[in-house]
Design a protein around this ligand. Structure first.
Ligand code: PMV
Length: 343
């Protein structure tokens, strides 16, 4: 009736941007990410027969009704509707090891941890494929935080809820010599939520070329990973991020996540690269510039990003583990392993 789970954020090297089926939250493009060892969320779920409502605490404080509603809907999806008496109400407590106010609050680590804790607390049978299908319905990127290391999220088939799931391409131990440096930019309080940005991006004349070019980027990234070729992976990552933002910028009206420190961060990373430092830019639905680099070069990349006006601090992240239960519980495994589709 109770479980505690932990999950880490992930940063996409080939971006998920666009939905094929909004109701089922199926991605229009395949994506590939690195789960990182920084930015961890711990979530406990306790189903309680005496409760008459769900309750949610984030970093010890009662969460706002919107966040609670999103969590309740996810619990309904994972273990059945409380309103229909298919489950008990729950107390959910979630803590992040990073400041949520810093604009880094990632729905990926949160919904991956919540999914695993809820499934375990309900005593349900599951496996990484099913957990990722569940997590994906709350947040596409959360599906990838179920697994560690380099993770692929396949493209979906409209109307089929379990058609898009995460698979591990290389575990955190199989290619440990990767680092992601995150530059935390000072930012305006509210960004455009990724779902709104994706919906808006469908009006972009670049939306169709964006979606049709994604499978080739995945193929190149998979090839680079197989060869442990950092420059090849970095080149795909930088291009994918710039194409995602180009698609968003060209929407009507344009979706602009890039800010001064983001663009200056891109130039700082390219300047380092021109001097022979292996570093490639990426950026998500927010202003923070990020760089893929090697362990040897991470400190230098972090210093260069820290010098960009508007960057408050930097985080160096290594490949991290997938979601796990912390209190000795296990999710009993089922044995279904479908094929991942990228096109
Ligand atoms: O998981 P969501 O719905 O927050 O979307 C994530 C979108 C990006 O972070 C911009 C890209 C990605 O693949 O993570």
């Amino acid at each position: 009736m109770q479980a505690l789970a932990e999950a880490r954020a992930n940063i996409a090297l080939v971006k998920y941007w666009g939905k094929l089926d909004a109701a089922l939250n199926l991605p229009a493009v395949p994506s590939l990410s690195l789960t990182v060892d920084a930015l961890t969320t711990r979530t406990s779920v306790r189903f309680d027969p005496s409760r008459t409502l769900d309750a949610l605490f984030i970093d010890q404080k009662p969460a706002d009704p919107r966040a609670l509603g999103r969590v309740s809907r996810h619990l309904d999806r994972v273990v059945g509707s409380a309103a229909a008496n298919a489950r008990m109400f729950a107390e959910v407590r979630s803590t992040n090891d990073f400041p949520t106010a810093g604009g880094l609050a990632s729905s990926a680590s949160a919904f991956a941890a919540l999914t695993l804790a809820a499934v375990a607390a309900a005593g349900r049978e599951s496996d990484p494929t099913k957990l990722s299908v569940l997590a994906r319905q709350a947040s596409g990127s959360a599906a990838r935080s179920i697994l560690g290391g380099l993770v692929l999220l396949g493209v979906g088939t409209p109307g089929q809820v379990d058609s898009s799931f995460a698979t591990q391409v290389a575990s955190e131990g199989e290619w440990p010599d990767l680092r992601l440096v995150i530059g935390i930019a000072s930012e305006a309080p509210k960004e455009i939520a990724s779902t709104d940005g994706m919906n808006q991006s469908e009006s972009s004349p670049y939306y169709a070329p964006w979606t049709s070019s994604a499978p080739a980027d995945i193929a190149r990234a998979m090839d680079a990973i197989a060869r442990r070729d950092l420059p090849a992976l970095g080149a795909v990552a930088e291009r994918s991020a710039l194409r995602m933002h180009a698609c968003a910028l060209a929407a009507d009206p344009g979706v602009v996540y890039l800010r001064g420190p983001t663009v200056e961060g891109l130039h700082a990373i390219r300047k380092l690269r021109a001097r022979g430092v292996p570093a490639w830019f990426t950026c998500d639905a927010g202003p923070h510039p990020k760089a893929l680099t090697s362990p040897e070069d991470a400190a230098q990349v972090a210093r260069a990003l820290a010098e960009v006006p508007g960057i408050q601090r930097t985080i160096i992240a290594a490949p991290g583990k997938g979601a796990l239960l912390l209190d000795g519980q296990r999710v009993s495994a089922s044995s279904f392993t479908p094929e991942t589709r990228i096109a």
